[in-house]
Each structure stands twice: as C-alpha cells, then as structure tokens.
Design a protein around this ligand. Sequence first.
Ligand SMILES: Nc1nc2c(ncn2[C@@H]2O[C@H](COP(=O)(O)OP(=O)(O)O)[C@@H](O)[C@H]2O)c(=O)[nH]1
Ligand SMILES: [Mg+2]
Length: 242
Amino acid sequence: MDHTLVRPNLLILVCTYNERENLPLLFEQIQSVVPTAHLLVVDDNSPDQTGPWVEEQSRIDPRIHLIARPGKLGLGTAIRDGMKFGREHGYQWLINLDGDLSHDPRAILRMLREQNNCDIAIGSRYVPGGGMVGCSWRRIGVSRCANILARWIVGWPIRDCSSAYRMYRLDSLRAIQLDAMKETGYGYLEEILAHLIRSGAKIVELPIIYTERRQGKSKISLREARSTFSALLRCAQILKHQ
Ligand SMILES: Nc1nc2c(ncn2[C@@H]2O[C@H](COP(=O)(O)OP(=O)(O)O)[C@@H](O)[C@H]2O)c(=O)[nH]1
Ligand SMILES: [Mg+2]
C-alpha cells in the first residue's frame, strides 16, 4: 500500500527520552495494529540516539514523523507539541502512549471503538479489568495514592488521571490554549484533563494493563512526583471557575 496517498485521521504520538532500545518493537506493534495511522515521535535530544534512529525510519517510511527538540524540555511540553502537530496537520484523533512498551498497542483498537461515544478515552489502570504488572509496591502505592488524592482534592470522577495512554479528539482541544498551560512535566496530564472537563468534553475510561518497562530507566524524578500535588491544586482551581 502507498501510505503517502492516504491522509489518515489518526496520529499516534510517542514522546521519548532514551527509548532507543524500546522503539523498534513498539513501532512494529503499533503498525501491526493500525497500519495506516501516522506515527509521531517527539524526542528531546536523547543521549542514546533515539532521535537519529527515528529520523532514519522517517526517511524510509512516510507514516513516521519526528519532532526533534534541543534538550529535555519535559513530558508535558512534548505532548503539547504533539497535539499542536496533530491539529496543524489535519488529523482528527490523537492517541498518546509511552515509548517504553508499558502501554500495549492492542488497546488502541478498543479506544477507536469509542470514537462515537467520547471526546477523550483514558487507558485506565483503576477501572474493573485494569491493573499494573511487574511494578514495585512503591510504584503501585505512589500511583494509587496520587489518584485517590486527585479524586479527593479535585473531586472529579476520573479514576486514572495520571495515565498518559489516552485518545483525544483533536477538535475538543481547540477550546484550550495549549501554550497557556502551566505544567510542563507529568502534571500536564492532570492539567489538560481539568481544562477538558471544564470545556464540556466527554471522557470515558477503558481498562488497560500497565506493564513496567524492561529496558531503560523511568524519567520521573522525585521533584516531578512531588509536583503532582501542586498540579492537582491547580486543577481544583480550574474547575472551580467553570
Ligand atoms: N520528549 C520527552 N519525553 C519524555 C520526557 N520525560 C519522559 N519522557 C517519555 O515519556 C514516557 C514516560 O516516561 P517514563 O520515564 O517511562 O515515566 P514513568 O512511566 O512514569 O516511569 C517515556 O516514553 C519517556 O521516554 C521528556 O522530558 N521529554
Ligand atoms: Mg514508563
């Protein structure tokens, strides 16, 4: 099939910092699930040469795109740049997943089936059928607590507000000023949810099994984890003014 002839309505976004070992298998899995979708990597000049590898792939495969940023500018701004690319290039849907094989691309198909039902689908570890595999108790505890805290502080009905595995209807992001968002790191995931809820977007949660990465290291720092608290307070503020 000549993929240059088709402008698909689906863009798959993967943000990367040192995921060179994980990307070949991830690309293969994504392309076997959604062969016509386009794939965008936002890489922050990863020292392990993730960027040059993606660039090489993009030269031989017109479905693959790369945004190469000069340095580690944060997961939040990477997702934001992916969203802007999606909007500017006329895609209708964007699915974001991690680059470390924690998110099984097969869940993409279940998300696509929800397109008539929602504006945002969240791959959720905390709805029946969802869960975490291979994670340390510390990690499970921190993630659980962050989500319980979120429901308590923000009062929203979302069970997994820190999952990056999501499908967004790009039109629903038009009401949101992406550049005005305050969180640049992982807290971006919560902040954007607050704006989406405020603008009336319909959100559904679908169960996913999150598997801990086998290759490479997590980039979430203690500072990032602590900043979740201030991100949640920000969300409560945003929703108070709706
Ligand atoms: N472009 C970019 N990607 C990032 C950054 N921080 C994390 N990532 C990517 O975001 C995804 C999730 O990060 P990860 O380290 O696995 O976080 P964890 O799953 O919460 O431990 C992975 O694909 C990372 O490579 C960043 O500052 N910039
Ligand atoms: Mg990870």
